[in-house]
Ligand binder design. Structure first.
Ligand SMILES: [Zn+2]
Ligand SMILES: [Zn+2]
Length: 339
């Protein structure tokens, strides 16, 4: 199995007392700046504004960055013990990826329909593109022409518990690897069909292969009705026995694109593409790169990176942190004023 395969998945929720993961000022400062003299001097070369923002990581009274709160035993941090990745570990990771002038585009491949009409799909894609370009400041995000589920030749199934259609995440990754354009830094598939990584798993939100620079993420569970009794994506027994072909996907249910679904998909895309850069799950502060086991936990994650993860992304992309925030702020305002 690919040891660089990262999944964001689901386990059952069981309640335990809330717990705050509070690191000392010293631990956070070292995680951000490191003790390696080369990395320290690299940090000192950042502009005053950049350092002022990043130093907020270890200010105990920071208004910008808060410690992680663990709400239940099923939260990611307690159920998936991982070695924490500080900036120094990231910097020396041989598997981490950075774009080059020849491979500097993020490609997004829609798999199956995204919206219930062409206009809705196009509008949705436009938002995702704008958001990802502001987040991965300096890179270009390009959408590939949508492909049908059958074109990917993936396996599929009906989930025994939720009775919805699911497609095999690993097969989609294989399809994307073959389709990856020459000038791609990475190619990520997005779909409104639920995913499963292997027969014994219930589902995954997404999966990414760091070594191959590919990922697949599903927003099927981000609709407001997925867990409700009126969910329209269940497959009836009659339909199931009469169709073992890809035609079962024809006119299959697609969740409505609401602002909540858009917010969740922006978060997922940036989190997952973050993994492709080699950012591991964050255990330092409340951060977009925190792992999530269930939707509630994913919703609690902030939209932004903590300074430790931000320094990792800046190291890969080379942007000016202050400029990145200014431009994304301007872009956001413009889109709200002129949607
Ligand atoms: Zn993740
Ligand atoms: Zn972080």
């Amino acid at each position: 199995m690919d040891t660089n395969l990262i999944s964001d998945s689901c386990l059952c929720v069981s309640f335990r007392q809330m717990q705050v993961v509070q690191h000392s000022e010293h631990t956070l400062k070292t995680a951000l700046i490191s003790k390696n003299p080369v990395l320290v001097s690299q940090y000192e070369k950042l502009t005053v504004g950049e350092q002022r923002l990043m130093n907020e990581a270890f200010q105990p009274t920071s208004e910008l960055f808060r410690p992680i709160t663990v709400y239940s035993q099923s939260d990611w941090i307690t159920s998936h013990p991982e070695a924490p990745q500080d900036f120094e570990k990231f910097f020396s990771d041989p598997y981490r990826k950075a774009p080059t002038p020849e491979k500097s585009n993020i490609y997004i491949q829609p798999i199956g329909s995204l919206g219930n009409s062409r206009v809705i799909s196009e509008e949705y894609v436009k938002w995702l593109k704008g958001y990802c370009e502001a987040f991965f400041y300096g890179l270009t995000v390009k959408f590939l022409e949508p492909v049908s589920i059958s074109a990917t030749k993936c396996s599929f199934r009906v989930n025994d518990h939720t009775q919805n259609l699911q497609i095999h995440a690993g097969h989609i990754l294989t399809f994307l690897k073959k389709k990856k354009p020459e000038d791609a830094f990475c190619v990520v598939g997005i779909t409104m069909i639920d995913l499963y990584p292997r027969d014994s798993w219930n589902f995954v939100f997404g999966q990414a292969s760091l070594t191959e620079g590919v990922g697949i993420f599903s927003f099927a569970r981000y609709g407001k009705d997925f867990h409700s009794s009126c969910y329209k994506g269940t497959v009836t027994k009659a339909k199931r026995t009469s169709s073992s072909e890809y035609s079962i996907f024809d006119n299959y249910y697609i969740p409505e694109i609401t602002s909540v679904l858009l917010l969740r998909s922006c978060k997922t895309l940036t989190h997952e593409i973050g993994h492709i850069f080699g950012l591991r799950h964050c255990q330092w502060l409340a951060c977009l790169m925190q792992g999530s086991n269930h939707l509630e936990e994913a919703d609690r994650r902030p939209l932004n990176l903590c300074p430790i993860c931000l320094r990792k992304l800046q190291c890969a992309l080379g942007f000016d942190v202050v400029e990145r925030y200014k431009v994304s702020g301007r872009r956001g305002r413009r889109e709200v004023e002129n949607p």
